[in-house]
Design a protein around this ligand. Sequence first.
Ligand code: CA
Length: 458
Amino acid sequence: MKPRLLLHVVLLVLTAFCVRAAERKPNIILIVTDDQGYRDLGCFGGDQIKTPNLDRIAREGVRATNFYVTWPACTPSRGSLLTGRFPQRNGLYDMVRNDMVNYGHRFTWEEYLVSPEMTLGLDPRETTIGNVLQRAGYRNAVIGKWDMGQAKRYLPLQRGFHYFYGHGNNGIDYYTHERYGVHSMFRNNERTAADKGVYATDLFRREALQFVRENASRPFFLYLPFNAPHSASNLEKDSLQVPEKWLGFYPGLDPKDKRARYMAMVSCMDDAVGELLDTLRELKLEQNTLIMFFSDNGGSGPGDNKPLRGGKSSMFEGGIRVPFLARWPERLPAGKVCDEFLTALEVFPTFCAAAGAKPPAGVKLDGHDMLPILAGKAKSPRTEMFWQRRADKAARVGNFKWADSAKHKGLYDLSVDIEERNDLSAEKPDVLARVKARFDAWRKEMDAAEPRGPFRDY
Ligand SMILES: [Ca+2]
């Protein structure tokens, strides 16, 4: 073949390849961890905890330092990322657990069936990101903690997912998979006891790897919400359950020490993430897979949120600002740190944009596509964010953060006071009034939104 002809052939093949690559929808993997603190990763400054695989995502992708969830605890935070809407708009603005368990109550099955954990969930009229990606041709799975309700109408198969393996409720014992005596592991719509005795993180690892292998030839969406490192929901003293092997990861630390056990739980989860990354590489899916990672709320107990103040359930930054990572080699730069103001409300529109899927018609979304921002090509359009948990309220307007809550009151300038130590309420009454007015306007908008269950009386 003459050199010029050969060149033409090569160019034609390359063009065809590029067109196909551009048309191919990316795979999407959303990893959410449970109560992992802002500094409970090496790449966020954790100097003792070992997370080599999450650190690898940061090295090969983007680490966002200024990312918030919508609620300082599990259920509403997760409802928001699945719907792209404030908890106060989608109706799931509190937990759906039964607090009797806090007093050591052990449910009978008959009691459990009529408890809030079974009867409440994400309003069936809400559209999930699963619904949207399913319509766009994706194969979807939830593997891990669902937490959106356990009655059949609330389970993932009825909410836009093809496969579910995990627990429907808020938390379980890592080995028995019971929640205070009630067996809680599901495969699709049925409870299963087939894996009883196996550590939950290892099961979610197994199922995630299998799902990726089975769907390597078509676009897939894997929502992988680990229950780690949340404490176990059991009536035993050992609530920080972790296999011995992972305690061995921290030689010299007392295996009974809560922080050591917690770190081992994180490292076990991190190792599962590592095998997932290796599998994507082996299957040649690495380049065209968008991986996103964040914690559903701030760390509690043995978690480390430094330099942020407070933790889970508080309106301090430590309750709502969480570690965030994203990697998509075809579209995002490697080793980038993004300090732009972003929230979990951005996840839904971002996945729509990545998949080339139309956002649901007639549904008010509260966020925006963050791909250009993570890529460093645009500034975040977000200038405000609002939170409410029962009587606790907070707002961020620009760099000013205001809260009026049981644990946290005052006005802080986050640009110079990320630790929220210097209350400026008395010094800057005009700013305080402006931020409060923005909160009131947001609250009015939420009250005027089309009512959704399960808590609102309408
Ligand atoms: Ca949580």
